[in-house]
Design a protein around this ligand. Structure first.
Ligand SMILES: Cc1ncc(COP(=O)(O)O)c(C=O)c1O
Length: 103
């Protein structure tokens, strides 16, 4: 099903991944990470600076934590009722401009 190698450095798998990423997305560089949390940490450290406002529909807990730690302020702009467990919206994470205007 999958072919990979376990080399810590210089593994062939990295080059296969890099080639696939370049072919599909056109990106020349990539930095694979082992977890979503690790990716968020790098993104937050790189792009979020003290005082930045980071709008999103609803936070994943670690996402908010990383952006907060970097000094950003996360605004959650999900649709009214989106945080109510008993509501049956098809997609509760929908972004709303009304919520954006309220902040
Ligand atoms: C936005 C986001 N951040 C972090 C995670 C957690 O990923 P991991 O357990 O690989 O750190 C997820 C998992 O779905 C995610 O969707």
């Amino acid at each position: 099903m999958m072919q990979s190698d376990d080399a810590y450095a210089g593994g062939e798998s990295f080059y296969k991944l890099a080639d696939a990423v370049q072919e599909i997305f056109g990106y020349k560089y990539l930095l694979p990470v082992h977890q979503g949390r690790a990716a968020e940490h790098l993104l937050a450290k790189t792009f979020v600076k003290p005082g930045h406002i980071v709008p999103m529909n609803y936070h994943f807990t670690t996402t908010k934590a990383h952006f907060d730690l970097a000094g950003g302020k996360v605004l959650e702009l999900y649709t009214p009722g989106g945080a109510e467990g008993h509501e049956h919206f098809p997609f509760k994470g929908t972004w709303t401009w009304d919520a954006c205007r309220r902040h």
